[in-house]
Design a protein around this ligand. Structure first.
Ligand SMILES: Cc1cc2nc3c(=O)[nH]c(=O)nc-3n(C[C@H](O)[C@H](O)[C@H](O)COP(=O)(O)O)c2cc1C
Length: 364
């Protein structure tokens, strides 16, 4: 059994490693560079009429991006969360909190997670590992969510990361069943995300049937949690993590491989600037999300650092909108995209996994 101190130390070590600019923790290829938005030289638009607002799960947002789930459970994490949440409130974007697992074991940490009063006008999302659901009493979890006054619960899948944690979870059987059972009772929308290795296109419909309100791809291309984990402690096989440097389903490829679905899809994992956000929206995402860039901005400049980061993202997103002739976020979807051949081929194979099986000789 993992102790509370142990979880707090681990979260703080994660922060240290993620904030160390010399640590090699990001995957090399986001695949966003394989997509080009088509430049419109005559957009017939005025900068002043560009509209970056959008709606998500009943909330009107000023901007089509969000701060991904990150911290909580340590003093440093609580300070970071306060700044992230204040920045979200001031700019009109949703913000996710880090895993509330430690809170469930240590109720006196409530104040660290109860940040909703700082962001009364924007969605604040709680976060928990989907694998933990089966170990929890649903009534207790619902009570905590009510007390936290959050607008959604984001359940994360982090199977890869757990394998590189000395006392990480090893059993992931029955996760979809637990998600379905929780969705049936949850008083607030439930979202499901990965943590940097990506959901697959074919995961969306089963999750929709389980009652999930939206999914976040949280795909490969950005923070790689096997690399982070391997640098947090002495691993008996330190080089094994490097074999997973480019592991996972890249965010824009999964996005492009998804069939039309009523379920809103969020694009995060490797999103690094306003042009990546514009590309994600053009590929059909409802919102795009960033984690590592925000935590690094906070470390450098506190609340002002996060606000500056949001301002830069907004400026580049709006520039991309103007240059593609997109007055609204929805217009980005029809502005045109040029995709590299390898991108198209990857999308095709992600879309129809049964096809590659026919190319592979079956064993006698
Ligand atoms: C410092 C840090 C802590 C994180 N903690 C959590 C967490 O508690 N729960 C979660 O679902 N994801 C967590 N993540 C993963 C992010 O939400 C995100 O899915 C992932 O980092 C990929 O996005 P990125 O490439 O923009 O960093 C964390 C990420 C960072 C950088």
């Amino acid at each position: 059994m993992t102790s509370v101190n142990h979880i707090q130390q681990r979260k703080s070590r994660h922060l240290d490693v993620c904030l160390d600019a010399s640590a090699s923790i990001e995957s090399t290829d986001t695949w966003f560079q394989d997509i080009r938005l088509v430049h419109h030289p005559l957009p017939e638009l005025d900068w002043a009429e560009l509209d970056t607002s959008t709606d998500f799960l009943g909330h009107h947002l000023a901007l089509p991006f969000f701060i991904s789930c990150m911290t909580g459970g340590s003093e440093a994490g609580a300070r970071v969360n306060r700044h992230l949440v204040q920045a979200a409130q001031q700019t009109g974007i949703p913000v996710g909190l880090g895993s509330m697992r430690v809170l469930l074991r240590h109720p006196d940490l409530f104040d660290q997670f109860h940040v909703k009063p700082l962001a009364p006008d924007v969605p604040v999302w709680a976060n928990l590992s989907a694998a933990q659901l089966q170990h929890l009493a649903t009534d207790d979890l619902i009570e905590w969510l009510k007390r936290l006054e959050v607008q959604a619960l984001v359940l994360h899948c982090n199977v890869g990361q757990e394998q590189f944690q000395p006392h990480g979870d090893r059993c992931f059987a029955g996760m979809t069943h637990s998600i379905r059972q929780f969705c049936e009772r949850s008083p607030i929308p439930v979202l499901v995300k990965e943590t940097g290795f990506g959901l697959r296109a074919q995961d969306i419909q089963p999750l929709a049937r389980a009652g999930v309100a939206a999914v976040d791809i949280a795909g490969a291309g950005g923070t790689n949690w096997i690399l982070v984990e391997s640098q947090c402690h002495d691993h008996p096989h330190p080089d094994a993590a490097l074999d997973f440097s480019d592991w996972g389903n890249p965010t824009p490829i999964v996005l492009a491989a998804m069939d039309e679905s009523d379920l809103p899809v969020l694009a995060s994992g490797g999103v690094r600037n306003g042009v990546d956000i514009a590309k994600s929206l053009a590929l059909g995402a409802s919102l795009a999300g960033l984690a590592l860039p925000f935590i690094r901005a906070e470390a450098q400049g506190g609340l002002d650092g996060v606000l500056e980061q949001i301002e830069t993202l907004t400026l580049t997103l709006k520039t991309a909108m103007l240059l593609t002739g997109s007055r609204t976020v929805a217009d980005l979807g029809t502005s045109g995209l040029i995709l590299s051949e390898s991108f198209v081929s990857q999308v095709h194979q992600h879309k129809q996994p049964q096809q590659w099986r026919t190319l592979v000789r079956s064993r006698p």
